[in-house]
Design a protein around this ligand. Structure first.
Ligand SMILES: Cc1cc2nc3c(=O)[nH]c(=O)nc-3n(C[C@H](O)[C@H](O)[C@H](O)COP(=O)(O)OP(=O)(O)OC[C@H]3O[C@@H](n4cnc5c(N)ncnc54)[C@H](O)[C@@H]3O)c2cc1C
Length: 716
């Protein structure tokens, strides 16, 4: 299957391109270039003197319009026109006219470039452009100002390139006008001496270029100094110790904290890890590990229920919920040593049990100890959101923190939330025998994923017995005579024994000193970090769920490397966290796995992409295993085989995703996947087949026609 989002403005663009081409063709066919010379400009000045004296306003208007047209369509001769402006109208009026005309013309060229080229450039170089756009967002005005001041950079190239970035049109105009003023003044003044000018090269001497360059660099120097002053001000209220006991103190021993301290110890830094509750944090104790262990038990039940399909007489007699929970705790205990104090102490990390409080940017208190440290990493994670719905306190509610201590399986479970956690838990409990109702406010479960992918997961949840209510909102809870009810916005009621809240996770940012430090937060209540994982106090870093943007174990671990390395070696070199290729999996049956963009995002951004799909019911191994529901969908850029994103729905989609994550990370396209041997019969062959579909859709038809003729010729 192949689809390409259509560009409705295509014809308008075509017309604009044709007009520009027509201007260029006429320019060169009428040899207008012959007039772009110093001698011609001098002649024009001499011959038009009388006309200008009689019709000054009209002459100014014509000059203004011509100047805008020349710069707007990036035609040659803007520098000569500037000289002419000085020669014709004198310094004052010349400067006034040209300053506005050049800025308007530059903005016109900028807009033409943005309109014609930006979408195309974005679809081709989208991921690389993101970094540039971020830089432009932060420093774009400075870059532009510097480029405008130094007349060695051709202005028409600056106009076109800036059009491809996300700089605001108004900023572009204002900065261009201010930035070009000095250079324009020099040229206009030179134009007032036009008669004596022998060549263009003398107008801007090397020393003049140097002076203008200095002027361009000045804002950077000013910014640099200002930054140092700001930093000093931020830290002014505290006294920095003259020496430190530690290089790094890490607060929180979840995925983010463990990896941060591991990296620090590996490079022989003195590092202390403080944990107030359980080593391993959320993932090991209340998140990924217990949920995946629960999913496995539920999966066994579902498999036994399907046994007849495979020719086996078997049925589920009963589910011993206590044993299911018991197994979950055994699984946690088996993995626990990986994250234990013993292991980390052996690696060279000083582990302290207790609640950490940050006293100032260099001191952390735990128990009666105060530790001094050069840098701090905040890895305090997040906790389940408990909404302020009326009556919630009067009913027995569970969160991912308390679920794993359940002694009895709820007969009727209400799951609030249709995100990955809500779906995994709803399906598992339903498979284990609870009557599950899942309520989601949005029109679909797993709101960020493609509709066709979610539809399969939704169907399976329903098939497993979950009553899925999308577009539904719980407005209140009530308990009457020991019976618990949820009131929905549409007036209906749901009876339940337990309600499980899966409504998102709130960062742990209070109660341990961030407020006193004045660490800045985002609108979503996360610790605000820059690309180096630094908070608003540069020696205090944050990783994982406490700062986002993705609340996933592997992202916390990924950020941890950057935080630790930047904290320990930032004086030598800093590394910006790389978010280009982030895989994520929802572990329902079937699993929904994704890396990069999906089809909906590509459409929303109006990217020029190809969507290639392979349905798994066609795959031999899927057929032998009766696991035929799902597909692999690959988004590629334009007509190239470059992979921008992959969505897989399949029983083991998470495992299948690894090949694409590697391919995207190391820029291997679908041709490379197609050329790789995949063992038969495996589910991984789906990757080869989707690459094959892409190849068929992009077959070189003309070449193949020639080849067919060649074969015909050989047969004749
Ligand atoms: C049910 C569920 C299933 C999940 N499944 C997956 C999955 O399959 N895959 C995936 O990638 N992610 C999954 N996640 C998300 C994953 O668990 C988190 O993204 C990950 O644990 C975040 O790690 P972290 O280091 O940021 O924080 P955490 O693991 O929460 O660790 C923070 C630690 O800081 C400690 N702490 C807090 N304040 C202090 C203080 N003042 N002093 C000392 N210690 C402190 C806490 O006790 C805690 O141990 C799941 C989450 C849940 C809830």
């Amino acid at each position: 299957m192949e689809t390409k989002p259509k560009n409705k403005l295509f014809t308008v663009k075509k017309l604009l391109i044709l007009s520009i081409l027509a201007i260029f063709v006429s320019w060169y066919s009428f040899d207008l270039n012959q007039y772009v010379s110093l001698d011609e400009i001098k002649l024009l000045q001499q011959s038009s003197g009388a006309y200008i004296a009689d019709n000054t306003a009209t002459a100014m208007g014509i000059f203004f319009a011509v100047y805008i047209a020349v710069t707007g369509f990036s035609l040659p001769g803007a520098a000569l026109l500037t000289l002419l402006g000085g020669g014709l109208f004198g310094f004052g009026y010349g400067l006034l006219l040209i300053s506005f005309a050049s800025s308007l013309g530059a903005t016109l060229a900028f807009l033409v470039s943005r309109y014609l080229l930006r979408d195309w450039v974005e679809s081709k170089f989208g991921s690389r452009l993101t970094a540039i756009n971020k830089g432009i967002e932060r420093e774009g005005n400075f870059y532009l100002f510097t480029l405008r001041l130094i007349p060695v950079f051709p202005f028409f190239i600056i106009n076109i390139l800036m059009g491809l970035t996300k700089i605001k049109t108004r900023s572009f105009y204002v900065i261009s006008q201010i930035g070009m003023l000095a250079g324009t003044a020099v040229y206009v003044w030179a134009g007032t001496q036009l008669g004596e000018l022998e060549s263009l090269s003398g107008i801007v001497s090397p020393s003049m270029i140097f002076a203008l360059a200095l002027l361009g660099i000045f804002p950077w120097i000013a910014k640099f100094v200002l930054n140092i002053v700001k930093q000093k001000q931020k830290y002014a209220q505290w006294t920095k110790p003259s020496s430190f006991d530690r290089n790094l103190v890490v607060i929180g021993a979840g995925a983010g904290g463990l990896v941060s301290s591991y990296i620090a110890a590996a490079v022989k830094a003195k590092v202390t890890l403080i944990e107030k509750h359980q080593m391993g944090g959320d993932c090991l104790n209340t998140g990924c590990v217990p949920s995946k262990a629960l999913i496995k038990s539920a999966h066994i039940v579902a498999d036994i229920k399907r046994a007849g399909e495979f020719g086996i007489d078997a049925k589920v007699e009963s589910v011993d919920f206590k044993k299911v929970i018991g197994r979950i705790h055994k699984v946690i205990a088996t993995i626990e040593p990986h994250d234990s104090v013993e292991r980390y102490s052996g690696l060279g990390v000083e582990c302290i049990a207790g609640e950490a409080t940050i006293l100032d940017p260099w001191h952390v208190k735990v128990g009666d100890k105060t530790l001094s440290t050069r840098n701090i990493v905040i890895a305090t994670g997040a906790r389940p959101i408990v909404p302020g719905i009326p009556g919630l306190d009067s009913v027995p509610y569970l969160t991912s923190d308390s679920l794993w201590n359940l002694e009895q399986q709820p007969k009727r479970l209400l799951v609030m939330g249709g995100g990955p956690i809500g779906c995994e838990i709803a399906q598992s409990f339903s498979r284990l025998g609870s009557e599950v109702t899942q309520v989601e406010m949005a029109p679909q479960l797993l709101g960020r994923e493609d509709k066709d992918a979610v539809a399969i997961v939704h169907d399976e949840l329903v098939h497993d017995g979950v009553k899925v209510l999308v577009d539904s909102r719980v407005t209140g809870f009530k308990s009457i005579d020991g019976q618990h009810y949820a009131q929905l916005a549409d007036g209906s009621k749901i009876e339940f024994d337990q309600v499980f809240l899966a409504l998102g996770r709130q960062a742990n940012v209070t109660g341990f000193g961030l407020e006193t430090l004045g660490i800045e937060m985002t609108d979503r209540g996360l610790v605000d970090i820059n690309e180096y994982q630094q908070t608003s106090l540069p020696n205090v870093y944050a990783v994982g769920d406490v700062c986002g943007p993705y609340q996933l174990t592997h992202v916390a671990a990924h950020q941890a490397w950057f935080a630790a390395v930047n904290a320990l070696f930032g004086a030598l070199k800093t590394f910006a966290t790389d978010y280009r290729v982030i895989p994520a999996v929802t572990y329902t049956y079937p699993e929904l796995a994704r890396v990069g963009i999906n089809e909906a995002e590509a459409q929303a951004k109006n990217l020029d992409v190809q969507v290639t799909k392979y349905e798994i019911d066609d795959l031999d191994r899927a057929i032998t295993d009766s696991e035929t529901r799902g597909f692999v969908k690959v988004i590629t850029a334009g007509n190239s085989d470059k992979i921008l994103g992959v969505t897989i729905v399949a029983s083991n989609a998470g495992e299948l995703l690894a090949e694409y994550t590697l391919a995207m990370k190391y820029k291997l396209g679908l041709n490379k996947i197609l050329g790789t041997i995949h063992p038969y019969p495996t589910m991984s062959e789906a990757s080869k087949y989707v690459a094959g579909n892409w190849k068929k859709n992009n077959a070189p038809e003309k070449l193949l026609t020639l080849v067919a003729r060649f074969h015909t010729y050989l047969r004749s």
